[in-house]
Design a protein around this ligand. Structure first.
Ligand code: FES
Length: 474
């Protein structure tokens, strides 16, 4: 609980105290996610009457970004806890190295971060830290993070990230020799305190695109030093997380790796070349930008079905708090199967699971945009090329129901038997690299990679409207 003083705004306070609040729209009063609970009454304003339920308003839930300076001191606390966010980490055994000691690998996602510690000579995981990216406060996607860097300065976002990682390093039981880091290009730039703005504007380039190695002493406040290694992105929109995914999976000919997170990245190994592309699919697949969207936390709806009426399951069977990405896919597929939602995305009225938990027409449209970005990117990447195997990667994909994805027209029906859920390949790759340090393999992947820029591919735009339809693909 924190005290907000008279004259301060709630938004300034949650920023100052780095409260773990979802601020998906970056404080633009649109997403309705920055919920806090006030101890004491504040008059609700128009935005809150539109974006919150009556029950929430009655229970003193308010939106942090919509109020001006307070005319009295007030205590506030988080309305939703994100502490139990389910982040997929990888349990696979890795290949041993021939040094003594410990290393760590860290995958910095736009939404979530996982830091794993391994003993080098046994390749066994000995410790792991999972947490929400503290920069979530500055917006849900990479574009809003770039904007935040332009407005507040990259140092502010860098410090916020480093402070959180430093806390984990202080808690760590083992002294590490090195920390290897991967992520999308915006995240790795911010980690290195480098300006990411060139990634957001044409011709979309990284300021830093080489392998970086430096000492931890100028970065973290710890009683010992270690080496930090930051892996390079393949291009502005294909980060070192996908490089490490390729490194981990070792694709064979005509095998496809799809990594779905806030961005959708995909790579096909064909004729001795890694053909790579990335679609900014938006956060809808992770519950972002949706009226009742939330992360995969306790109480999030993760499955919906029809049995005379809509039924649902929540994570850990807790009281419903919102809907996560899996829940939306399941819900939309169910509505399509029951002919409540049409293939063009039309439904007569919003769908309701219980009071306050709704799927609006705007949500469906948001989801269609994300879905079309993925499928249009796949069309550009594959262009009728044969696919023998599909590896689905990302914190998101562990519990997915493949048939729902096929029903929504995201994956082809012919892939049904070819899809394997491969966990967090970026994390597995970065930890394996931390252990083995085989830079030759990384350089080989870089050399053989060819990135397709969707902005310069007319087919992407030609397919985009058709791919908004929920039509199964053979
Ligand atoms: S409504 Fe406050 S951050 Fe979106």
């Amino acid at each position: 609980m924190i005290k907000v003083k008279k004259g301060e705004t709630l938004f300034e306070a949650i920023r100052k105290y780095r409260m773990n609040i979802d601020t998906s729209c970056g404080g633009k009063k649109k997403c309705g996610k920055c919920k806090i609970k006030t101890i004491g009454y504040i008059e609700p304003c128009n935005e809150e009457i539109c974006l919150l339920t009556e029950e929430e308003i009655k229970n003193n839930i308010r939106l942090a970004c919509v109020h001006g300076a307070l005319d009295k001191d007030i205590w506030i606390e988080e309305a939703n806890s994100f502490d139990d966010f389910q982040i997929l980490s990888d349990e696979d055994t890795l290949v041993c190295g021939d040094e003594a000691g410990y290393v760590a690998g860290m995958d910095i996602g736009t939404t979530t971060i996982v830091l794993s510690v391994y003993k080098i000579d046994t390749a066994k995981k000995v410790e792991e830290f999972r947490f929400l990216n503290p920069q979530k406060f500055y917006g849900a996607d990479v574009i809003s993070r770039i904007q935040a860097c332009n407005e507040a300065g990259v140092k502010e976002l860098h410090d916020c990230l480093i402070k959180k990682v430093n806390e984990c390093l202080l808690k760590m039981t083992y002294k590490i020799k090195r920390l290897c880091v991967c992520g999308n290009a915006v995240m790795t730039h911010i980690f290195m305190n480098e300006d990411p703005s060139s990634i957001g504007v044409a011709p979309y380039i990284c300021k830093v695109n080489d392998f970086r190695s430096y000492s931890s002493s100028g970065v973290f406040s710890l009683p010992y030093d270690f080496e930090i290694q930051v892996l390079p992105a393949l291009s502005a929109y294909v980060g070192s997380d996908i490089l490490m995914g390729i490194y981990a999976v070792s694709l064979n000919d005509k095998e496809l790796l799809i990594d779905l997170g806030t961005n959708g990245e995909m790579v096909l190994f064909d004729q001795d070349q890694y053909i790579v592309t990335s679609a900014a699919c938006g956060p809808a697949f992770e519950g972002g930008h949706m009226k009742c969207g939330t992360g995969a936390i306790s109480g999030a709806v993760d499955k919906v079905w029809f049995d005379r009426e809509l039924k649902y399951h929540t994570i850990q069977n807790k009281e419903v708090t919102g809907v996560c990405g899996n829940g939306y896919i399941s819900w939309i597929a169910t509505l399509l199967n029951e002919n409540i939602l049409q293939e063009n995305g039309f439904m007569e009225k919003e769908s309701c699971l219980k009071e306050g938990i709704v799927l609006t027409r705007k949500d469906v449209r948001e989801f269609q945009l994300s879905k079309s970005a993925i499928t249009s990117a796949l069309d550009c990447l594959l262009q009728d090329r044969e696919v023998k195997q599909v590896y689905l990667s990302g914190g998101f994909s562990k519990n997915i129901e493949i048939l729902d994805w096929i029903r929504l027209g995201i994956f082809y029906r012919s892939w049904k038997e070819k899809i394997s859920i491969s966990g967090n390949t970026a994390l597995r790759g970065i930890c394996q690299f931390a252990i083995l340090q085989d830079k030759n393999k990384v350089e080989m992947i870089q050399r053989k990679s060819k990135t397709i820029s969707l902005m310069e591919t007319p087919l992407f735009f030609e397919r985009f409207v058709d791919n908004m339809y929920f039509v199964e693909r053979e």
